[in-house]
Design a protein around this ligand. Structure first.
Ligand SMILES: [Fe+2]
Ligand SMILES: [Fe+2]
Length: 455
C-alpha cells in the first residue's frame, strides 16, 4: 500500500468553516493514524467514536459532512442507519460482504484491506474535501499534523516550525527521536502542525505507509471487534431504542443479547453460580439488573420445567426490556408504587407518573418490534402486578398474571434481595421474607421451586 499523496500541501493554518468527518472504527490506533492523516491531507475536523451511543448523542448537537465507518462492527449497522437517516455521505469499510444496498451516489463501499487508500479516495470523491486544505504551491515546505510524527520516529527528514510568512526554523534533525514529551511541548505551544521540506515528503510517506501496514496487518489478524457484551450491550440498546426506536439494527442487538443469555443458561442453568457471581454496576442499575434478571429468570423457568427454547427466549427478552422506558436509576430502583407513599417528597409528580406508566410504555414499544416472541409485551406489561391484585397498571389478580410474568416478578425480587444483602445468598431468609406475598397460585409454586434449588 502506498501513502502517495496522503499528506497534502497545505499551510497548516485553520481554515474557517472546516468540514467535519466522524470515524467509527474498531481499531483505536488505525483510527488515530487515519484521523491525523485526514487532517493533514484535507485539513478537516475529525472526531473518532467507538460507541454508537456517544455518536448518537453527538449527532444531536453537531453536524458532520462525512462519515467513515467500519460496517462490520457490532454497532456498525446502527451507525449506518443513523447516518443514512441524517443524510450524511458515507465511506463504508466492509471487508466481509453483506454490506447494505448502496443507496445513492454519496456512498462508497470498500471490501478489501486497502482501508487507508479506499477511505482517502472515498473522502476525496464524495466529500470534495480536497479543496479545503488550500495547498501552497509557492512554499518549499509541507505542513504535517504534529502528532503524526510519533508514528514516524526516528525522523526521516529534518523538521521545521513556521515562524512567519515564508520563514521556517529547523527544530529537529533527520534521525532524531520524536517523543511524547516533544508532542506535549508543541501542543502546549499550540503548534498543531510541523513542516518538512517538499523534497523529503516521499521519505515521510514511505515511513507512514509502513506504519499503516503494520497497524492494518494487526487489524486483519485480530478477531473482529466484539460487540459490547452484558450490561454494556443492554445499556446500548436501551439508549438506542429510546433515541431511535426499535430500528432493525436495534432489534438485532436485543436479539443477540437474548440469544446469548438463553444459550448460556441452557449450557449451565445453575442459579447458585449466577447469584454467586452477581456484581452490580450501581451507576448502571437499569441495564445491570435487567441483565441479571434475564439470567435468574431463565434459571427459575428451567427449575419450573418451563425451560423450552421459546419460553426462555420470551422471559429473557422480557427481562432485558422490562424497564427500558425508564432512564432514571433512582426511580427504577423503587420496588412498588406503594413506596411513593412512604417516601413522600423524594419524587416529583412527573416522576411518579413516569414510573406508573413505564410498563405500558415499554409494552407499546415492544409491540412495534418485528418477529418478537408472543407474550413478551404482556410479560413486560404485567411485571408490577401483584398476586393480591393490588399492583399496576391493571390491578389484576394472580389468576390473570402470565406464569412467565410471575416467574419474572419472583426473580426480580430475588435479584433485588441479592443486591440489598451482600455476601452469601441466604435463600431460606429470602423465602421467609416473601412467603406471605407469594402465598397464592402459581407464585406459591415458583417460591417452592426456588427453595428446592437449595442455593
Ligand atoms: Fe426492574
Ligand atoms: Fe419496572
Amino acid at each position: 500500500m502506498s501513502l502517495t499523496n496522503v499528506i497534502n500541501l497545505n499551510d497548516g493554518q485553520a481554515a474557517p468553516g472546516k468540514k467535519k468527518i466522524f470515524l467509527f472504527l474498531g481499531n483505536a490506533e488505525v483510527a488515530e493514524l487515519l484521523s491525523l492523516t485526514l487532517d493533514s491531507r484535507f485539513h478537516c475536523d475529525v472526531s473518532t467514536f467507538t460507541s454508537a451511543i456517544e455518536l448518537v448523542e453527538a449527532l444531536k448537537t453537531q453536524r458532520f459532512d462525512l462519515a467513515v465507518l467500519d460496517f462490520s462492527l457490532g454497532e456498525g449497522m446502527v451507525v449506518f442507519e443513523k447516518a443514512h437517516n441524517d443524510k450524511i455521505p458515507m465511506v463504508l469499510y466492509h471487508p466481509e460482504g453483506n454490506s447494505p444496498e448502496v443507496r445513492g451516489p454519496k456512498m462508497k463501499v470498500f471490501r478489501d484491506n486497502a482501508l487507508l487508500q479506499g477511505i482517502l479516495q472515498g473522502v476525496e470523491q464524495i466529500g470534495a474535501f480536497v479543496k479545503e486544505g488550500a495547498s501552497d504551491p509557492t512554499s518549499d515546505y509541507v505542513a504535517v499534523s504534529t502528532p503524526l510524527f510519533l508514528r514516524a520516529t526516528p525522523l526521516v527528514t529534518d523538521t521545521f516550525v513556521k515562524l512567519s510568512g515564508s520563514k521556517f526554523l529547523k527544530i529537529l534533525h533527520k534521525g532524531d527521536l520524536f517523543t511524547y514529551g516533544d508532542l506535549k511541548k508543541y501542543q502546549a505551544k499550540k503548534i498543531s502542525h510541523l513542516y518538512v521540506p517538499k523534497t523529503s515528503i516521499g521519505a515521510l510517506q514511505e515511513k507512514l505507509s509502513m506504519e499503516m501496514e503494520i497497524l492494518l496487518g494487526g487489524m486483519s489478524r485480530e478477531p473482529r471487534a466484539e460487540p459490547t457484551k452484558g450490561t454494556d450491550s443492554v445499556e446500548a440498546f436501551h439508549d438506542l431504542a429510546r433515541n431511535l426506536g426499535f430500528t432493525r439494527e436495534v432489534q438485532e442487538l436485543v436479539k443477540r443479547s437474548m440469544t446469548e443469555v438463553v444459550e448460556e443458561m441452557q449450557k449451565s442453568p445453575s442459579l447458585a453460580g449466577i447469584l454467586a457471581n452477581m456484581e452490580l454496576a450501581k451507576e448502571k442499575y437499569i441495564a445491570a439488573h435487567s441483565q441479571m434478571l434475564a439470567e435468574v429468570s431463565c434459571a427459575l423457568a428451567i427449575a419450573m420445567e418451563w425451560g423450552s427454547d421459546m419460553s426462555l427466549k420470551k422471559i429473557a427478552m422480557a427481562a432485558l426490556l422490562h424497564d427500558m422506558s425508564l432512564d432514571d436509576h433512582n426511580l427504577c430502583r423503587v420496588k412498588s408504587a406503594a413506596e411513593f407513599d412512604e417516601r413522600q417528597g423524594e419524587f416529583t409528580t412527573l416522576q411518579v407518573e413516569e414510573y406508573k406508566s413505564h410498563t405500558k410504555r415499554a409494552a407499546v414499544l415492544i409491540q412495534g418490534m418485528k418477529e418478537v416472541p408472543a407474550d413478551v409485551d404482556k410479560i413486560v406489561y404485567q411485571h408490577h402486578e401483584l398476586p393480591t391484585g393490588t399492583g399496576f397498571p391493571e390491578a389484576v389478580s394472580h389468576f390473570h398474571i402470565h406464569p412467565l410474568a410471575a416467574t419474572l416478578m419472583v426473580a426480580h425480587d430475588l435479584v433485588d434481595w441479592v443486591i440489598d444483602h451482600p455476601g452469601p445468598v441466604d435463600m431460606p431468609a429470602f423465602a421467609e421474607a416473601h412467603r406471605q406475598k407469594y402465598s397464592v397460585g402459581v407464585f406459591k409454586k415458583i417460591l417452592k421451586a426456588l427453595e428446592a434449588l437449595q442455593v
